[in-house]
Design a binder for this molecule. Sequence first.
Ligand SMILES: Cc1ncc(COP(=O)(O)O)c(C=O)c1O
Length: 375
Amino acid sequence: MNSRAVSKDGASPTLDELPLRPELVGQKPYGAPQLDVPVCLNVNENPYPPSEQVINKIAAAVAEAGRSMNRYPERDAIGLRTDLAGYLGHGLTADQIWAANGSNEVMLHVLLAFAGPERRVLSFTPTYSMYPEYARDTHSEWHTAPRRDDFTIDPNAARAAVGQIRPDVVLITSPNNPTGTAVNLDTLRTICDVAPGVVVIDEAYYEFARAGTPSALELLPDYPRLAVSRTMSKAFAFAAGRLGYLAAAPAFVEALRIVRLPYHLSALTQAAARVALAHAPEMLAKVDQLRQARDDLAEWLTAQGLLVAESDANFVLFGRFADRHAVWQALLDRGVLIRETGPEGWLRVSAGTPSEMQAFKEALVAVLNSRVERA
Ligand SMILES: Cc1ncc(COP(=O)(O)O)c(C=O)c1O
């Protein structure tokens, strides 16, 4: 079709009438349903909002930033990156930190810099469902290798997959989404030892890991092509603020600066995130409670005779159902929204407040009692 064509009635064109890249034809925008229901346990948010005190401080900092709204923001966000380095510890400094609008954007920067046409991206499935989209959007080849049945990564199989695929970028989620599985450091070392390109460990849920679970940050001094990404969207209760970040060698960060859009992080985002970081203990205050809610939930689901994946995140994957969509829908009909994701037959539910957990349990009991078929 001629690119100047418009729909027959002369109004604005339909999507079919636009010269979309062929690989995007028929694709839907990514995103879990955002439904107005009483109990939302579908996107692994922290269910507790910040305190009034922090909200007021964020409002004051944003108002102050508003005084310079006519000017572009500080392009390299040095103040924010210094604060993030301080939060992570491990002797990290601002030049080892990169920040963007959510770890989604951080990961896109990684692929823009290190993947691309005729380059390969590898992840271990089941894995975070956005990764193939980043690969598609950067014209990179998407490859996967399976995890074991218990969702752990077999280091020998991983070594073999890396040897065979020779990926330019390896993406590993730990704790994994959608399974909750933490990957041990020995396995990560095995992969870093053989990876010919860069390796990113996505630790979006790290703060929820059980006490003593080591972070891949410990490996940074040994592997100059390793990056560890985090987000303020989950444990930090800052999902609407949109702030993700990673730690890596300064040269790795330099590479990301080449592909970022100029002034990608608004002054308002930087100001709000810095206030949240200055109140880190308070923002993270509910993490212990959410870890407990996750463990209680896993125990309860097991007691219902369901399969439950061991989780170090703030959600639990459970199953298996012959028709998981029917279970998801039946829960939604009872006002409880969870996520239909992961391997066939499984569902994922986020840890919530005590009343949300109670509502979920009551709804699920009602659904199970309706003689739903298990797989
Ligand atoms: C594994 C993983 N990485 C990254 C993200 C994206 O987080 P952000 O809100 O920082 O873009 C998510 C969000 O669900 C996630 O589960």
